[in-house]
Design a protein around this ligand. Structure first.
Ligand SMILES: C[S@@+](CC[C@H](N)C(=O)[O-])C[C@H]1O[C@@H](n2cnc3c(N)ncnc32)[C@H](O)[C@@H]1O
Ligand SMILES: [Zn+2]
Length: 804
């Protein structure tokens, strides 16, 4: 089997995943790749924390037997509605009926009307924006205008708002206290009189409970679920937690539940629920778009089994999809030992997101339809001061992983996605894997386009990133004492920074370190030490911190004495990334951002991953953007390459005249000159024959433009042709050769001034120290015209650097 050993690029979500909000939704295409790769065609896939259902849907799409559990009842609801038979005409008819009834309701008419500032007749209020409870803007829908428009409130509007608090509710609504949880602060509860239903204003609660009542009378079970689906996409957008969007977004008529937390802002947006309901049912991201898409997304109707404590179905394998509201701590009652081929799952990351609390907005209503939709708060794996602390989290998490290990086949694999900036949570996670008898096979730092669970709280550099941790059954070797840990962390940090060969912000360092630390297998009792602390102890000994004025990533970590730690210098990471992008552009001419990212992720994994936010800027240096694609600026850049190639050819020719063999650099080998590839003119295309060099050094040396080689396989001169590229990068690679080896920089005559004015002290120092000299194109041309040439004379005609 081929392993997935690098990060993948997230694609845009199809409509089936866009309707419903679920914090921590995973990138569907990446998960699909994993499931496809690691679940055999007739095998069984499981995700015990399936959340929004992405994993389950993708696995079913791939034709694997798919099990998706989650203790959150919303998951079951989403699975049920996604696979329900959808008849749009029936659905639309029912929606229209509800809308008509609501808009004819006298209370609705009174409280969601306003005077049209244009025609002075009664019009509909689409929203009220208020600050500290006073309306400052109203969205208006009136027949006299084709579009919605905005107005300032008048006295009547203000009075109606006050009066609306007295509305008598005649239908059922979730009249309940807040659960005991830190998600609801004292202050929040006090402002809402201790009752959950007060997250909605009276007039909104009136309308949504009317809509709910009308949905409840529906006899057709599918249709009822689909209307409820529209309903739950509506109700979180008409609470007091909805905020007006930023002016810059230019969307004055829409809102969002800003922070996905129970917070009351001073500016609120009171939406007219019936219009929200309309767009949730029929709009761009709606029940309609989701379910219509689903029917073509899945090629067949699944055979579905729902399991529950009264109906465990443990031996029933005759299914396409098995789902249920199952606590992972009981999962072994539902799934046999050694029966699952592949598990991929995204467990709760400590207490980062309290799913059940958040989802109470929806579940409080759904559970009135069916009690099974009320969440079992006590069993949620999370950290919440009221009923589960770090210790309970650890215990439950360990038991979860032990259960998963039990039901996994002996040769099966588990991939966890995880991130938490708190090391104690990482520790709990890793420890659970070890104690459950799992061995980490690979850790990949995976960028997400948006909303990973970690996205909520991550600083620069890891925002929207997860680790993908691939495990197999097996035991780990342990590393002993805390000094081992310190040494390991320090050495790995040195390795990462020197591999990057550029000052590096801590976040990037940490991404690489966490992957390494997780992979190696520590006695984790020593792991609670702060990585940052360990490294900080080495500041001004090994490392120095330098200011970062470029972005918000924080100070750069660099070496106090770079030459002591960078044993095999390469170009700076950012220059290498640039090279990679240019070579991709030259190959493909037009590229999309995701293609560039894919290439970068493969070439530069984990600690080597550059700041992906900078990639687009780099591409724009070499390409013009149009129609979502980047098109290579060939006319400007190819000329450089042609000149560069031509001069390499000349060096090969001269080498031949001197009866030397030539090696041409890895990157240049495929360049064309006079209808042949440069590699065809050269004698060697790899340097595996070099005996006296470390493998890592050979890798760098192979990137040097030209080497002249003697019979006895010794390198006797090396060349970098700097047609337009920056002078320092060639120097860095060259220092992997012996100091004595002559290193020659060849450049166009027109760069004379630029070269001589070089003030970089590092450049000057290294140029002289590593035995560099230089020569201009015209000088090489003259030498080539001579009948007789001699190596020593040639070398002596190159010039040493003297500061002018
Ligand atoms: C990070 S989320 C998964 C999100 C999912 N990957 C997606 O793409 O939507 C973690 C999930 O664990 C679930 N969970 C928490 N405690 C659980 C328990 N004891 N048993 C099963 N699931 C639980 C939560 O409901 C939540 O959906
Ligand atoms: Zn009007």
């Amino acid at each position: 089997m081929k392993e997935i050993d690098f990060a993948l690029v997230e694609e845009t979500r199809p409509p089936i995943y866009r309707a419903m909000k679920y914090v921590g939704k995973k990138p569907h295409n990446i998960w699909r790749e994993y499931i496809k790769n690691y679940t055999p065609e007739n095998g069984i896939f499981l995700d015990p924390f399936t959340g929004s259902g992405v994993s389950l849907f993708e696995s079913f799409k791939l034709g694997r037997k798919s099990i998706g559990f989650d203790l959150n009842p919303l998951t079951s609801f989403l699975i049920e509605v996604t696979f329900s038979d959808f008849n749009f005409l029936e659905f639309k008819e029912e929606f229209d009926k509800i809308k008509k009834e609501i808009t004819e309701d006298s209370i609705y008419k009174e409280f969601f009307s306003t005077t049209c500032p244009n025609c002075q007749k009664p019009a509909i209020a689409q929203h009220f924006k208020d600050k500290n409870n006073v309306i400052f803007e109203i969205g208006v829908i009136c027949k006299c205008k084709k579009q919605k428009f905005l107005k300032l409130p008048d006295d009547v509007d203000h009075r109606k708002k006050i009066k609306s608090a007295q509305i008598k509710l005649k239908n059922w609504f979730p009249d309940q206290k807040f659960p005991e949880s830190e998600s609801f602060t004292k202050n929040f509860k006090k402002k809402l009189d201790g009752n959950f239903s007060n997250i909605w204003t009276k007039r909104n609660l009136y309308v949504i409970s009317e809509i709910f009542e009308k949905i409840k009378r529906q006899k057709n079970g599918n249709l009822k679920k689909q209307l409820l689906f529209g309903f739950i996409q509506t109700i979180h957008l008409c609470t007091k937690m909805s905020v007006p969007r930023d002016k810059k977004s230019k969307r004055p008529f829409s809102t969002s539940w800003g922070r996905s937390a129970y917070l009351l802002a001073s500016r609120q947006m009171e939406m007219n629920p019936i219009y929200l309901f309309e767009s949730s049912c029929l709009g761009k991201q709606s029940v309609k778009s989701c379910l219509e898409y689903a029917s073509s997304y899945f090629e067949k109707k699944p055979k579905i089994i729902e399991v529950s404590s009264s109906n465990k179905n443990i031996s029933n394998n005759n299914f396409d999809i098995k789902y249920g509201i199952i606590d992972i701590l009981n999962i072994t009652d539902y799934i046999k030992e050694n029966s699952i081929d592949f598990i991929m799952t995204d467990p709760p990351y400590g207490g980062l997101v309290k799913y059940f609390d958040l989802h109470l907005v929806w579940l409080s209503w759904l559970s009135n339809i069916d009690k099974k939709y009320y969440p079992d708060f006590k069993s949620e794996i999370t950290i919440n001061s009221e009923h589960s602390n770090l210790e309970t989290y650890k215990k439950r998490f360990l038991k979860s992983v032990q259960n998963l290990t039990k039901i996994l086949k002996h040769d099966g694999k588990i991939v966890f996605t995880f991130h938490n900036k708190k090391l104690e949570i990482w520790n709990a996670f890793l420890k659970a894997l070890f104690l459950a008898g799992l061995k980490i096979e690979k850790v990949i730092h995976q960028e997400n386009k948006r909303s990973g669970e970690s996205n909520v709280s991550m600083p620069y550099g890891t925002s929207a990133a997860d680790f993908y941790i691939r495990c197999v059954k097996g035991s780990n070797k342990k590393l002993g004492s805390s000094s081992d840990f310190e040494e390991f962390v320090t050495n790995k940090a040195i390795e990462i920074i020197s591999e990057r060969n550029e000052p590096t912000p801590y976040q990037f360092l940490l991404n690489g370190l966490l992957a390494e630390i997780s992979q190696v297998g520590f006695d984790l009792d020593n792991f609670d030490q702060n990585i940052q602390q360990v490294l900080e102890n080495e500041i001004n000994k090994i490392f120095i911190l330098t200011d970062n004025n470029l972005n918000k990533a924080g100070n750069y970590w660099w070496f106090k004495d770079p030459s002591e730690y960078i044993k095999f210098p390469d170009k700076k990471l950012s220059d290498r990334v640039e090279d990679t992008i240019v070579s991709l552009l030259r190959r493909k001419i037009s590229i999309e951002l995701h293609e560039a990212l894919a290439e970068i992720y493969i070439k530069y994994p984990n600690g080597l991953t550059p700041d992906t936010r900078s990639i687009e800027k780099i591409i724009e240096k070499f390409a013009t953007k149009s129609g979502g694609k980047f098109h290579y600026k060939a006319q400007d850049l190819e000329k450089d390459y042609t000149e560069h190639t031509e001069n390499l050819f000349k060096l090969i020719t001269l080498g031949k005249k001197l009866r030397l063999k030539t090696y041409i650099g890895k990157r240049e080998q495929s360049e064309n000159f006079k209808k042949k590839k440069l590699s065809e003119y050269a004698d060697f295309t790899d340097l595996n024959f070099l005996k006296d060099f470390d493998k890592r050094a050979i890798k760098r040396i192979e990137m040097i433009d030209i080497l002249w080689i003697k019979e006895n396989n010794n390198i006797i001169a090396s060349f970098e042709v700097e047609n337009s590229t920056n002078f320092i990068s060639g120097i860095q690679r060259g220092s992997n050769l012996n100091i004595e080896t002559p290193k020659i920089m060849l450049m166009p005559d027109k760069r004379k001034k630029e070269f001589n004015n070089n003030t970089d002290p590092l450049f000057i120092d290294q140029f002289n120290k590593f035995n560099w000299s230089y020569m201009y194109y015209s000088e090489l041309d003259k030498i080539l015209l001579k009948d007789k040439v001699n190596l020593d004379i040639f070398i002596s005609e190159t010039k040493k650097y003297e500061k002018s």
